[in-house]
Structure formats: structure tokens, C-alpha cells
Design a protein around this ligand. Structure first.
Ligand SMILES: Cc1cc2nc3c(=O)[nH]c(=O)nc-3n(C[C@H](O)[C@H](O)[C@H](O)COP(=O)(O)OP(=O)(O)OC[C@H]3O[C@@H](n4cnc5c(N)ncnc54)[C@H](O)[C@@H]3O)c2cc1C
Length: 443
């Protein structure tokens, strides 16, 4: 194959991937359906801010852009749990100082990544260009220019689908029978709301935490922004007695917040208006296998593995895809047949694992974090980490503060769960650690 690669999508993954490719010597053309957000005041799409952790940071450091992103981030040390009675307590994410995650603006990060890609001199981004069809046999793709409404068909040598969860590239691969792909909707959606700064321009809540109001079947969360506001997200069933289908009118919204999130009402100064006018987002998981077709097409990011946002890992996983592909490029030179088949062989299972773990984490966040039993287990988990350093690492830490492949995290997490069960069988208060049992199970 020649030196030119075609990317569809300039969201978070596309420009990062393009930079890696340019650094490997390739010329890259990206086609993005939206306008250039650096020139037009458009929202970056869903979720105003994101939690970034080690996998994402590693990729940003590898391409040399982290120094520009770091000043835009706010460290979050743990979950600040808001009880129904207005009480709060912090549950740290880890027990070491460095074990924090970072809130970052999606739009700012996206803009920095696009500029970085262009600065390589090898990446061109074409905006307002929607990919409407990909012909994998003929190696051609169709673009709709959204400003002129004209269509054109262009050739490609290698096309990379970084076009998000509703990927057109994935559709073509699936329709051609080249890959199996499955979208699992969550039946819970989300709505974003804002906690503005105080009149003095201060944060209204502790800034160095991810706030959670866990309420069983649903939850409200809040992440800090650089302008001292918080973006809140209500994750809520789409249908049912208490759901987006039943909470609509001013009275219903106010009553719902009074019943479940009374302490948030004085903070959300524009609650009813935002609730009624902000869009309701849908959530779901994409599982597909393999992620490539011969040496001509591959999927990365949400196109390959959209996950629900409850582990804060969708972007981090997408960035890790780029790191993994970059390593394979270095190992296999320009042999794309091998690079892509290895990529699917070693990495698809990691996409599936984070998709499953993200679903499990929804239940932990919305339901379990305030449960006394959960707190006993969490204490025990941290004690085990202290007594068996590097051999017992809490699952959250393996995901967020390590780069262990997600599929291994899943396996190790399940084994650790069995160890915790065994210890709790002996002492339901979780205060006794039988080292012999733990050693035996860890080996
Ligand atoms: C509510 C919410 C909260 C989240 N929070 C976190 C978090 O805290 N931490 C985290 O790591 N992840 C989080 N995520 C996940 C994260 O947003 C995604 O994993 C990430 O955006 C994936 O990047 P991407 O580039 O693969 O896809 P996208 O960001 O979706 O980008 C795809 C791009 O392709 C373009 N495109 C789509 N179709 C076409 C087409 N046919 N032709 C041309 N262009 C096209 C789109 O316009 C877009 O620019 C969250 C997601 C949601 C919904």
C-alpha cells in the first residue's frame, strides 16, 4: 500500500490517530461531517466534559500534546456521594496521591487534537463532508458536501472508521458480511444540566471530586469545568413509572428533583428550562468482531466499541486503540495485512471487556456506592491492595490508573471478587485477612 490513509471522523479519536500515522510517515486525509469547531461556535456534541485517566493521558504524552492539555484539566480525587438527606462524603478513587482522574472539556481537547494533527504538515481535515457509503470491494467511498449538497465518489487505499457509535464505515463492513456487529441499547438515557459558578465566580461544590447522587434506578452526577461551573448529567430510564417518559412538565420536573435531589435544586439555577430544552441522549454498547477487513479497512474508537459512559473509559479506550495500533505499526513496518489482523486478534477482546465492565459500573454507581456492604468490601479491597501490592489491584484502579489490557482486568477482577467473597465468608465485617487463602487463590 502507498503512503496515504483516509480517515472518516474528526472527533476525539480521528485527529489523535492521524497524528500517530503522520509521525509514522503517512499522509492522512480526514473527512468530518461537522463544521470546524475552531471557527464556528458549535457544540462538540454529547457530554461537555469527560473524565480522562491513564490510558488517555499516555496516548497524549506519546504524541507530544499532553503539555497543552494538562493546564485544561481539573483533578478529581474521588466520588463525592450525596445522600438523600443532603449529607456528603468522599470515596477516594485510590489510596496513592497520583491515583486521581481528570475532568477535561471535550471541545477544547478536540480542538487541540485537530490543531496538533494539522501541525504535522501531513494531515488535512476536510469539514462538512459526510461519508454516506463505502464500497469495500471497489475501494471507493461517497462523500456528501453538506454546504453544497453535492456528492462525490473518491478512491481509498486504506480507510479507517473513526466515525463514532453510528459508524458508516462499520455499516459497510457489516453489510458486506465482513464483520459481525451488534448494537445493544441501554434503555436508559441522559440529560445534561448546569450548575453555574457563584456570583463571586466560585465553584458551588467541591471542585476536586466527581459528584454522585446515587438513587437506585438512576443517578445524577457532576463534573467540574475550568469556568467554575459543573456539568451535571442525569442518567435515567427512558420508559417506566419514573423516567424521561413521565417527567416532563414544570411540576413534574420540580417534584422529581425535590423528591430525589433536593440539595441540587438551589445549585441548578435554570433547572426546568434546561431539562425541557436540552436534548435527551441515548446510550448503548457496540460489540463487533473483527475490527478490520484485510488490509483495506479498520475501525477504532466508538466505531469499534461504543461503551456506556459509567467507567469514564470510552475516550480513554479509544485513545488506547491508537497506542496499540501505533505499536503494531512499529513492529510490522508497512505490512498492513499483518498490522490489522494483529490489531483485531489482540485488541477486540479488550473492547468487549470494557463494554461489559462499563455496564456493570452503572449499577455500582447508581445503586451500590452508598450501601454499607459496599463500603465493607471497598475497605477490604484497599487493605488487600496494601498487603499484596501489585498482585491485588482494585478493579477501578486497574482500569483507571494502569494500562493492563481490559480483558486481563476483567479476569483479574473476577478472581479478586472471589477472594473477597471467601474472606467475607470467614468474617462478614471484612476485618480479617487470611493470607494463606489469599496466596492460594492468587497463585
Ligand atoms: C454522556 C457521555 C459521557 C461520556 N463520558 C466519558 C468520560 O468521562 N470519559 C471517557 O473516556 N469517555 C466518555 N464518553 C465516551 C466518549 O465520548 C467517546 O468514547 C469518544 O467520544 C469516542 O471518540 P470517537 O472519536 O471514537 O467518536 P466521536 O467522538 O463520536 O467522534 C466521531 C466523529 O465522526 C464524525 N462522523 C460521524 N459520522 C460521520 C460520517 N458518516 N462522515 C463523516 N464524519 C462522521 C462525527 O461528527 C464526530 O466528529 C462519554 C460519552 C457520553 C455519551
Amino acid at each position: 500500500m502507498g503512503e496515504k490513509i483516509t480517515l472518516i471522523g474528526a472527533g476525539l479519536t480521528g485527529p489523535l490517530l492521524a497524528t500517530y500515522l503522520a509521525q509514522q510517515g503517512y499522509h492522512v486525509e480526514i473527512f468530518e461531517r461537522r463544521q470546524d469547531m475552531r471557527k464556528e461556535d458549535i457544540s462538540a456534541g454529547r457530554s461537555i466534559n469527560l473524565a480522562m485517566s491513564v490510558r488517555g493521558i499516555h496516548a497524549l504524552k506519546e504524541v507530544g500534546v499532553y503539555h497543552a492539555i494538562e493546564p485544561l484539566t481539573i483533578p478529581m480525587k474521588g466520588r463525592m456521594i450525596h445522600g438523600l438527606d443532603g449529607s456528603t462524603h468522599l470515596q477516594p478513587y485510590g489510596q496513592r496521591e497520583k491515583e486521581v482522574i481528570y475532568s477535561v472539556s471535550r471541545a477544547k481537547l478536540n480542538m487541540e487534537l485537530m490543531t496538533l494533527a494539522e501541525k504535522t504538515g501531513k494531515v488535512q481535515i476536510h469539514f462538512n463532508q459526510k461519508c454516506t457509503h463505502v464500497n469495500l470491494e471497489k475501494k471507493k467511498f461517497t462523500l456528501l458536501d453538506r454546504s453544497s449538497s453535492k456528492e462525490q465518489v473518491l478512491p481509498f487505499e486504506l480507510i479507517m472508521g473513526v466515525d463514532g457509535s453510528a459508524s458508516a464505515v462499520r455499516d459497510a463492513m457489516t453489510e458486506g458480511g465482513k464483520i459481525d456487529s451488534n448494537y445493544k441499547p441501554l434503555n436508559h438515557g441522559y440529560k445534561e444540566l448546569t450548575i453555574p459558578p457563584t456570583e463571586d465566580g466560585e465553584f458551588q461544590l467541591e471542585p476536586n471530586a466527581l459528584h454522585i447522587w446515587p438513587r437506585g434506578q438512576f443517578m445524577l452526577i457532576a463534573l467540574p469545568n475550568m469556568d467554575r461551573s459543573f456539568t451535571c448529567t442525569l442518567f435515567f430510564p427512558m420508559e417506566g413509572d419514573t423516567s424521561f417518559a413521565t417527567v416532563n412538565s414544570e411540576n413534574e420536573i420540580t417534584q422529581f428533583f425535590e423528591d430525589y435531589f433536593p440539595d441540587s435544586i438551589p445549585l441548578l439555577s435554570n433547572l426546568v428550562h434546561e431539562f425541557q430544552t436540552n436534548p435527551t441522549g441515548h446510550l448503548g454498547s457496540v460489540y463487533c468482531d473483527p475490527w478490520h477487513v484485510e488490509d483495506s479497512a479498520v475501525l477504532l474508537g466508538d466505531a469499534a466499541h461504543a461503551v456506556v459512559p459509567f467507567f469514564g473509559q470510552g475516550m480513554n479506550a479509544s485513545f488506547q486503540d491508537c497506542t496499540v495500533l501505533n505499536t503494531l505499526m512499529s513492529e510490522h513496518g508497512g505490512d498492513w495485512q499483518n498490522i490489522l489482523s494483529e490489531f483485531s486478534r489482540i485488541h477486540v477482546k479488550n473492547g468487549h471487556a470494557i463494554a461489559d465492565m462499563a455496564l456493570e459500573n452503572y449499577i455500582e454507581m447508581r445503586d451500590k456506592v452508598n450501601d454499607p456492604q459496599y463500603k465493607i468490601r471497598r475497605k477490604l479491597e484497599l487493605a488487600l491492595e496494601n498487603q499484596f501490592p501489585d498482585r491485588f489491584i482494585p478493579r477501578y484502579s486497574m482500569v483507571s490508573f494502569n494500562q493492563i489490557p481490559y480483558s486481563k482486568v476483567y479476569q483479574r477482577g473476577n478472581l479478586q471478587l472471589k477472594i473477597i467473597e471467601a474472606l467475607l465468608d470467614l468474617d462478614p465485617n471484612g476485618k480479617t485477612i487470611d493470607r494463606v487463602i489469599v496466596e492460594k487463590m492468587l497463585n
